[in-house]
Write a protein that binds this ligand. Structure first.
Ligand code: PLP
Length: 370
């Protein structure tokens, strides 16, 4: 065995995206202690920058030391009590993952289902809430990475609150790529991931909780069943004006990277980042159309940062993706579940979202398909 030197890939799959060079550089800076006063200053800046990215004033805004799935689990284990009813919207893989966590919390998931590749139907959600007035939480995925479909987060949140439910929103793929307006849309608990439109290495999950969620957690009848994810305990480390207490050894260098990627987002400007993703998503579709490939999701439900493309009949999914990787160094994503072999998932996220990558990919696909 010798030192691992990764190939230089163009990452155009469902995540991770390519990492900004200055973010990689930030990660290699010297490690300090996770309670070093200088590090606490950095943590406070990360919280401030995350509030900017999430468009929120929520005090409780920080990064869970783990990938997006643990951000999902952190929101659910804190807001779901055993024996309660939770409405889970499922239109792809990640809604399914939420359901599985809700079951493990000892709660009862009630499912609002939509076909894969389509948005959650708000009327269906309202019907379900009318029939389940004892539900306490509505959980949904804003940007379903497994299909490329976007749901109407604002409307889902409005309906959920009409029936006195707390709202948990998955913004793993949406944050930084399309508007995520946490305060304006009245989300109660939100999680995201570092490796998509923030173009930071995988392994951190930004989260934010509003006062309603925090009050709920304080008044819970049963203790949160996870020690690591219990918000009451984590906040001793991430929150408060003065001394911070040890909770776990934070991934110090990964947090340098997150700080640097959020600085990048702030310098570009959130609105500019949304516009860049929007522009490149549309450009990709128009270039794919020229070589006979069409999008799988209808226009008004499409995500600009994750385009799913129908694989033409007679074209072998695996061999095309293998050639893209081996010959052109490009990674794109396969379809999942029932969509395996039927779609490709092309990500234009964060640093990867640019016209040069679109041209390289479309030219490569054109060569291979012809
Ligand atoms: N939710 C969505 C929408 C995702 O796309 C992903 C990952 O791709 C996750 C949750 C889980 O994140 P992670 O793989 O970082 O655990």
């Amino acid at each position: 065995m010798k030192k691992f030197l990764p190939p230089e890939r163009i990452l155009l799959g469902p995540g991770p995206s390519n990492i900004y060079p200055e973010v990689l550089e930030a990660m290699s800076r010297s490690t300090v202690g996770h309670l070093d006063p200088q590090f606490i200053i950095l943590m406070d800046e990360i919280k401030e920058l995350l509030r900017y990215a999430f468009r929120t004033k929520n005090d409780i805004t920080f990064a869970v030391s783990a990938p997006g799935s643990l951000g999902m689990e952190t929101c659910l284990v804190n807001l779901v009590e055993p024996g309660t009813k939770v409405i889970v919207c499922i239109n792809g893989v990640f809604g399914g993952r939420m359901k599985s966590i809700v079951e493990r919390c000892g709660a009862l998931p009630v499912i609002v289902e939509a076909d894969w590749g389509t948005a959650i139907d708000p009327d269906k959600l309202e019907d379900t809430l009318k029939k389940n007035k004892d539900a306490s939480v509505v959980a949904f995925v804003h940007a379903e990475t497994s299909t490329g479909a976007k749901s109407d987060a604002k409307v889902i949140s409005e309906i959920a609150h009409k029936y006195n439910c707390l709202v948990i929103a998955d913004t793993v793929t949406s944050l930084g790529g399309i508007p995520v307006l946490v305060d304006e849309w009245n989300f109660d608990a939100v999680y995201s991931g570092s490796q998509k439109c923030l173009s930071c290495p995988p392994g951190l999950s930004p989260v934010t909780f509003n006062d309603r969620a925090v009050n709920f957690i304080k008044k819970r009848k049963s203790p949160v069943q996870s020690w690591f994810m219990d918000l009451n305990l984590i906040l001793g480390y991430w929150s408060g004006p003065a001394k911070r207490a040890y909770h776990h050894t934070a991934p110090v260098n990964a947090l340098y990277a997150l700080h640097q990627s959020l600085l990048h987002l702030k310098e570009e400007g959130l609105e500019n980042s949304w516009k860049r993703h929007e522009y490149n998503g549309k450009k990709l579709i128009s270039e794919l159309n020229k070589i006979g490939l069409s999008p799988f999701v209808k226009e008004d439900e499409r995500l600009p940062q994750l385009t799913s493309v129908t694989i033409p009949s007679g074209v072998d999914d695996l061999s095309i993706r293998k050639t893209l990787l081996d010959k052109y160094n490009i990674e794109i994503g396969a379809g999942l579940g029932a969509l395996t072999g039927k779609i490709w998932r092309i990500g234009l996220m964060g640093y990867s979202s640019n016209e040069k990558n679109i041209n390289i990919l479309v030219n490569a696909l054109k060569e291979i398909l012809s």
